[in-house]
Design a protein around this ligand. Structure first.
Ligand code: SF4
Ligand code: SF4
Length: 340
């Protein structure tokens, strides 16, 4: 089925096209980057009527796509994508990147989430099974321990296969696993992965007070979430910065210095060592040309960086902040100096 024996040669392609799989509710994709062209938002292989993936169909189509790229044919769904590059791609097929979004159920109800306005419907969609596929292809050595895996959703911890899949990956020695969780349901598989130093866990409380948490999450789970954060923080082993707490800046909702300070104080009190600073993407898309508003956001980012440093926490930026800085605002960003 796969074209193992042709000689390697340099050609234009990308990691995900060559070695990636995104398990999505609509079907199977090569990647999770839909934003690069207006033609790539359809699955490579659609979900079946009974909510199952057709893995053979996907793998056959991926094999065909790989052959096309090797011949120099850039398929429509990838035209214009900035990650395309020319290099010597391994001719032997392996899955090196997996993005898993096989449920839309969630125990939170964040105001910025795509599920927010139709929560009941999204919470009724059944999970799509993938455990057997992963186990089979690990046995066949098509998926090996160097594969990068990320779980999203929905809330992955609510997925009926989640504990089983994560335990399998940890037991098989996978070292690059990322889980995005609401933090509301505690997972023993995540705890074990943290103890083994192989899981980067991202939880996004976006707030450090009960009132603000409720305003953003619309569920009364502030104490449960922060208790779990504390337990996850304590489960970290040699690597003490595997738990990342995210603060998505939502202008006019959680954008005051006091809001940010409350969040960092709460993170520190919970023994968290790393924070991720982000900006709500839809707001950014609508306001990206408004220098005054962007300046206000950057001032808060700089405050958070400084206050985190002062408290011994490390920090990083999530994609929307990086995009904003790269979007012609480098000089503006660098010009803002805040030391608390
Ligand atoms: S080139 Fe871009 S759109 Fe195509 S598979 Fe790679 S990441 Fe996805
Ligand atoms: S935790 Fe994630 S999936 Fe759940 S409502 Fe919030 S953004 Fe949506």
């Amino acid at each position: 089925m796969f074209d193992f024996f042709k000689r390697n040669k340099e050609y234009v392609s990308c990691e995900w096209l060559e070695y990636g799989i995104h398990f999505n509710m609509a079907g199977l994709f090569h990647c999770c980057m839909y934003a690069h062209s207006d033609k790539n938002d359809l699955p490579v292989s659609r979900i079946t009527y009974n909510m199952r993936y057709n893995f053979d169909d996907f793998l056959n189509k991926k094999n065909l796509s790989r052959k096309n790229f090797r011949k120099g044919i850039i398929e429509d769904r990838c035209k214009g994508c900035y990650v395309l590059k020319k290099k010597n791609w391994n001719k032997q097929f392996k899955i090196k990147n997996m993005a898993i979004s096989t449920n839309t159920t969630c125990n939170s109800n964040c105001i910025y989430c795509y599920t927010h306005n139709n929560k009941q419907a999204f919470n009724s969609v059944p999970d799509i099974p993938i455990y057997d596929f992963i186990e089979k292809y690990i046995k066949k050595k098509v998926i090996t321990a160097d594969c990068e895996v990320q779980f999203g959703g929905g809330e992955p911890v609510l997925n009926y296969e989640f504990e089983k899949i994560l335990n399998l990956l940890v037991d098989k020695g996978f070292k690059s696993i990322r889980v995005h969780s609401s933090g509301i349901k505690y997972s023993l598989a995540i705890e074990k992965a943290l103890q083994n130093d192989v899981c980067n866990l991202v939880i996004s409380p976006d707030s450090g007070t009960k009132e603000l948490y409720y305003k953003i999450k619309c569920v009364d789970k502030y104490d449960v979430c922060w208790d779990n954060i504390k337990k996850y923080a304590a489960a970290q082993n040699l690597k003490k910065d595997m738990l990342h707490l995210k603060y998505i800046i939502l202008p006019n909702v959680n954008d005051t210095v006091q809001d940010a300070k409350d969040f960092i104080d709460k993170a520190k009190e919970s023994n968290v060592n790393h924070i991720l600073i982000d900006l709500e993407m839809e707001w950014y898309k609508q306001n990206r040309k408004d220098k005054e508003k962007i300046t206000k956001v950057f001032e808060l980012v700089k405050y958070m960086e400084s206050y985190a440093r002062k408290n011994g926490l490390t920090y990083s930026h999530n994609p929307t902040i990086c995009t904003a800085i790269d979007d012609g605002y480098h000089a503006l960003y660098d010009s803002i100096i805040i030391n608390v």
